[in-house]
Design a protein around this ligand. Structure first.
Ligand SMILES: CC(C)(COP(=O)(O)OP(=O)(O)OC[C@H]1O[C@@H](n2cnc3c(N)ncnc32)[C@H](O)[C@@H]1OP(=O)(O)O)[C@@H](O)C(=O)NCCC(=O)NCCS
Length: 148
């Protein structure tokens, strides 16, 4: 069963070792960078990094931004370790992330930024219900939205 749980002393080392393929590295931040970023005060209470596990094995991470932006939620830094990709885990993890946002009841929209050439990620986001806004971030990433 896929679960999202807090990063703690039992799983942070496994999280730091998560790897995507060489070609995928440009699509997300490194897990070590995500861990460092989450540890710093500027993000405290605004966003939270979750460990993605499947049957108690650490398989990925995802960061949920609760109040970094004024009128929408966002998730970022999604990674599934290359040994566990293409098993539907990211699909389940994104659905769980949407459930967490839904329970917050603060905003009605979730946004993500994705590279146009990250076709697998775009396919996955469309499958769970995200739509393209046809707008791009400052970094040239496609902005997709989901209505909670
Ligand atoms: C994008 C990523 C998170 C997908 O994780 P995943 O667990 O493999 O995704 P899923 O198994 O849930 O797959 C979702 C869909 O995408 C397809 N897909 C995902 N990766 C694929 C691949 N490498 N080749 C072919 N299809 C792929 C699956 O077939 C599935 O489609 P389907 O349900 O219609 O069959 C993972 O490849 C990854 O960590 N990439 C590097 C980091 C990254 O790009 N993060 C996203 C930044 S926006």
């Amino acid at each position: 069963m896929v679960k999202l749980s807090d990063i703690n002393e039992n799983n942070y080392e496994a999280c730091s070792g998560l790897m995507c393929t060489q070609e995928q590295c440009e699509f997300t931040n490194s897990p070590v960078w995500s861990l460092l970023q989450a540890a710093y005060a500027s993000f405290k209470d605004k966003s939270k990094l979750y460990c993605i596990s499947d049957d108690n094995r650490v398989v990925g991470m995802i960061r949920l931004d609760f109040s970094v932006y004024d009128d929408y939620y966002m998730f970022t830094n999604l990674i599934i370790d290359k040994s566990y990709q293409c098993k539907g885990i990211a699909t389940q993890a994104v659905r769980l992330a949407l459930d967490i946002f839904r329970e917050e009841k603060k905003f009605e929209v979730v946004r993500i930024h994705v590279a146009m050439k990250n076709t697998h990620a775009i396919h996955l986001y469309k499958k769970v219900g995200f739509v393209s806004t046809n707008k791009f971030s400052e970094k040239g990433l496609l902005i997709m939205e989901y209505s909670l």
